[in-house]
Ligand binder design. Structure first.
Ligand code: ATP
Ligand code: MG
Length: 330
């Protein structure tokens, strides 16, 4: 099936580095990451706060602030998005690549009714008559499971529940049928039941519309239940990439192991919730060698001294000396 064919790439990111110039000096939030988004798949990005998930997502859609420095390639149908001018990016944003943000209320203008918000998206990218825009809006609201779409069009964002607002955000993002949807923590502000419904919705829309999705979450449980493939981020690097089942059943990177072990459902009861000791290092003070070595239960002297190269093994990628030595030595 198309999800797994290598030649069906939607997005190819190569050696992406994202730096910031700040008062504290220059720092790299993302360092030389490479990944691919295949047609129709849901690629999950998981990692603790500050690991670089959001800035990676924003770099794809050109939404980073002025103090950023970028290098590498973000290829969309062969076009390097990093080399695009703001004017060129406007053509891609919303039309080909859309983004859903964590906080719907911050992104939905409270002074407009839902009908106006949806209409504006259509008019910017795909001008048509008011009637046609209304028909398309109603159609999309049905797709995101809004029970009474006609009534919903008349509402202001603040009149809707958090779950409904997030559905509106997803509807707005998908109105112009983009090929790629970037969903950055789309369910963090929601209760567990609504969260499950939104994740189900994302999966269903991915299936029905064939939209490729990058789903970002700091919660391994969310990514594991929704994504086809997962990239684990730590301290500005991708430390492991694998199909979701392989990752869950056989995590290779010690950080992935730690994230999985700290899932509530993996606790054996009675004991305290297991967590990974320590915190993600500051981007102004990145550890030498493997950036995870000071939190890693398996760390040896080589880990602090030298950065491991990426190991490609059996369709998986892992950035860890332990596995590198294991597979090199047979
Ligand atoms: N505009 C900016 N200027 C300077 N540093 C920034 C800027 N935006 C982000 N950063 C830094 O880049 C790093 C990665 O941030 P990012 O928002 O991508 O993390 P994240 O993985 O999305 O975390 P979270 O789970 O908290 O959303 C952080 O150290 C952050 O402080
Ligand atoms: Mg983030």
């Amino acid at each position: 099936m198309s999800k797994n064919t290598e030649n069906n790439l939607h997005l190819q990111v190569k050696d992406l580095t994202i730096g910031f110039r700040t008062r504290q000096g220059e720092a790299e939030a993302v360092r030389r990451i490479s990944f691919q988004l295949r047609q129709g798949e849901i690629l999950g990005f998981v990692g603790e706060s500050g690991s670089g998930k959001s800035v990676t997502c924003k770099s794809i859609i050109g939404l980073l602030p002025e103090n950023v420095t970028l290098s590498g390639d973000i290829l969309f149908h062969g076009k390097n998005l990093l080399a695009c001018t703001e004017k060129e990016m406007e053509k891609y944003r919303g039309r080909h690549i859309s983004m859903v943000f964590q906080e719907p209320m911050g992104s939905l203008d409270p002074s407009f009714r839902i009908e106006q918000l949806l209409q504006e998206v259509i008019m910017v990218h795909d001008p048509c008559s008011r009637e046609e825009a209304r028909r398309r809006s109603l159609d999309m609201l049905k797709k995101v499971d809004i029970a009474d779409p006609v009534n919903c069009l008349k509402r202001y964002p603040f009149e809707l529940s958090g779950g409904m607002q997030q559905r509106i955000m997803i509807a707005m993002a998908l109105l112009c049928r983009p090929e790629i949807l970037l969903a950055d923590e789309p369910t963090t502000a929601l209760d567990v039941i609504t969260q499950g419904q939104i994740l189900d919705l994302l999966r269903r829309l991915n299936d029905e519309l064939g939209t490729s999705v990058i789903l970002i979450s700091h919660d391994m449980g969310i990514v594991a239940q929704t994504a086809d493939r997962v990239a684990v981020m730590y301290c500005g690097q991708i430390v492991e990439t694998a199909d979701v089942q392989d990752l869950i059943n056989h995590p290779m990177h010690p950080y992935t192991e730690g994230l999985l072990a700290s899932l509530p459902e993996r606790q054996t009861g009675g004991e305290e919730l297991r967590t990974i000791p320590g915190t993600v290092p500051s981007i102004y003070n990145i550890p030498s060698g493997c950036t995870f070595h000071n939190r890693c239960p398996y760390a040896r002297s080589v880990c602090a001294a030298e950065a491991p190269p990426m190991l490609m093994h059996d369709g998986r990628e892992v950035l860890c000396w332990r596995h590198h030595e294991r597979y090199q030595n047979g």
